[in-house]
Ligand binder design. Structure first.
Ligand code: NAD
Ligand code: MG
Length: 393
C-alpha cells in the first residue's frame, strides 16, 4: 500500500502536535507532505525535520530569505502567507488534509481542500459554523471526504450507521446526544465568574487544548459551536440534537434510536483517539492512548444543562433556527470577545453577554458566497470591538 500523503494545517497547535504523535507510530502508513503554522518558527522547523516534510508554511511571518535558507538546509521548502496554505491544502500529491487551524482563519484552506476533493480530517469546527453550507456543498460537489475529528462528532460518526447520509430518520435515529463536560466552572456561582483569570479559564478538568477552545469550553460556547457543527455534519435539525452534561468526559457522545437503543463511543479523554480513527478510517490503528479502565473510574455522572448559567447554549439553538449568517456573526463575536478576555480587557462573565448584544444588533443575510461570509465576519469583528470599547467607558 502506498503511504498516505498528509498536510497538517495548524501543526504547532494542540491538535497538530497530537496528529504528529499518532503519525509517528505509523511510519509505514503516513508521510507528512506539508506542515503549516502561524508563527512558531522553531517548532515548525523541528517538526518539518523530524517528519521530513516537503513544505512548511508560516502564515504570520514576513517573507525572509535567511529563514528560508535555514529550512532549505534541512531539505524543507518554506512558504509564506495565506495563499501558501491553500497551495499545500490542494496540492495534487496530497491525499489527506488535517484542518487544525483555530478559528475562522482555517476556513479558506479547508474550503480549498474540499474543492480539490481531498480527504479532510476536520478539527476546525469554526469553518462549519461560519459557512456550513459552503463547506458541505463543496464537499459534495467535489467528492471530498469529511471526517470529524472533534471528539463528540467523531463519537456520533462512530455511533451512526454508514448510510446515515441518506437521512437521520431513515437511519432510525431519534436523537443525537452531544455530551459536554461543563468546563472548569460547572458549579461555580454566577457572582464568582467575574474574577476568573485567563489561566483559570484555560485549565480544563479533562482535556488539554489550545487557549481559545479552552475558554470556549468554560463559557460552553464550545458546545454551542458544536451544536451547529453537528447540525451541518449529520444533516440534523436543532430539535434532533440534545446536550447533556457529563463531567467525566468518558462518553464522547451518543445516538438514540427509535427502538430505544442508545449507541455511544467511550474512551479516555485524549484527542489522539478521534485523530487515529479519522486518519485510518474505516480501519483502526494504535493511537498511543491509555486504555479505558471503567472499574477505576467507577462512576459516570450526567445532568441537564442550565441555560441560565450557560446562555451560549440557548443562543446556539436560536442561531441555528435563524440560519444564514447568524452563525457567522455568533462565531466572529465570540472570537473577538475571547481574544479580549485573554488579553485582560474584559471579564470572563461578559463574553456571552457581548455575543448576545452583537447578535441583537446585526442583520442576518443568506449565505451566498465566501465573500458574503468573510464580509459579515469582518463587519462583526468591528461591531464587537466597538461594543467592547463602549462597555469600558
Ligand atoms: P491551538 O491554538 O493549540 O493551535 C492552533 C494552530 O493554528 C497553531 O498551529 C497555530 O499556529 C495555527 N494558527 C493560528 N492562527 C492561524 C492563522 N491565522 N493562520 C494559520 N494558522 C494559524 O488550537 P487547537 O486547540 O489545536 O485547536 C485547533 C482547532 O481544533 C480549533 O478549531 C478547535 O476548536 C479544534 N478542536 C480542538 C480540540 C483540542 O483538544 N485541542 C478538540 C476539538 C476540536
Ligand atoms: Mg469537542
Amino acid at each position: 500500500m502506498p503511504k498516505q500523503l498528509i498536510t497538517i494545517l495548524g501543526s504547532t497547535g494542540s491538535i497538530g502536535c497530537s496528529t504528529l504523535q499518532v503519525i509517528a507510530l505509523h511510519p509505514d502508513k503516513y508521510q507528512v507532505f506539508a506542515l503549516a503554522a502561524y508563527s512558531n518558527t522553531e517548532l515548525l522547523l523541528e517538526q518539518s525535520m523530524a517528519f521530513k516534510a516537503r513544505y512548511a508554511v508560516l502564515v504570520g511571518a514576513i517573507p525572509n530569505s535567511e529563514l528560508q535558507q535555514r529550512f532549505k538546509s534541512h531539505g524543507v521548502e518554506l512558504l509564506f502567507g495565506l495563499s501558501a496554505l491553500d497551495d499545500v491544502a490542494q496540492h495534487e500529491s496530497v491525499d489527506t488534509v488535517m484542518a487544525a487551524i483555530v478559528g475562522v482563519a482555517g476556513l479558506q484552506s479547508t474550503l480549498a481542500a474540499a474543492r480539490c476533493g481531498k480527504r479532510i480530517l476536520l478539527a476546525n469546527k469554526e469553518s462549519l459554523v461560519v459557512s456550513g453550507k459552503l463547506l458541505m456543498d463543496a464537499v459534495k460537489e467535489n467528492h471530498a471526504t469529511l471526517l470529524p475529528v472533534d471528539s463528540e462528532h467523531n463519537a456520533i460518526f462512530q455511533s451512526l450507521p454508514v448510510y446515515h447520509q441518506q437521512g437521520l430518520d431513515q437511519a432510525g435515529v431519534k436523537k443525537i446526544i452531544l455530551t459536554a463536560s461543563g468546563g472548569p466552572f460547572l458549579h461555580k456561582k454566577p457572582h464568582e465568574l467575574a474574577d476568573i483569570t485567563p489561566e483559570q479559564a484555560c485549565k480544563h478538568p479533562n482535556w488539554s487544548m489550545g487557549r481559545k477552545i479552552s475558554v470556549d469550553s468554560a463559557t460552553m460556547m464550545n458546545k454551542a459551536l458544536e451544536l451547529i457543527e453537528a447540525c451541518w455534519l449529520f444533516n440534523a435539525s436543532p430539535s434532533q440534537v440534545d446536550i447533556l452534561i457529563h463531567p467525566q468526559s468518558i462518553i464522547h457522545s451518543m445516538v438514540t434510536y427509535k427502538d430505544g437503543s442508545v449507541m455511544a463511543q467511550l474512551g479516555c479523554p485524549d484527542m489522539r483517539t478521534p485523530i487515529a480513527y479519522a486518519l485510518a478510517y474505516p480501519e483502526r490503528i494504535d493511537s498511543g492512548v491509555e486504555m479505558l479502565d471503567l472499574a477505576k473510574i467507577g462512576t459516570l455522572q450526567f445532568e441537564q444543562v442550565n441555560l441560565e448559567r450557560f446562555p451560549a447554549i440557548r443562543l446556539a439553538y436560536e442561531v441555528v433556527k435563524a440560519g444564514g449568517t447568524a452563525s457567522t456573526i455568533f462565531n466572529a463575536a465570540n472570537e473577538v470577545a475571547v481574544e479580549n478576555f485573554l488579553d485582560g480587557h474584559i471579564p470572563f462573565n461578559q463574553i456571552t453577554q457581548i455575543i448576545e448584544t452583537v447578535l441583537n444588533q446585526s442583520a442576518i443575510e443568506s449565505v451566498e458566497s465566501l465573500e458574503t461570509v468573510l464580509n459579515v465576519d469582518r463587519q462583526t469583528r468591528m461591531i464587537t470591538q466597538q461594543i467592547i470599547k463602549k462597555s469600558k467607558v
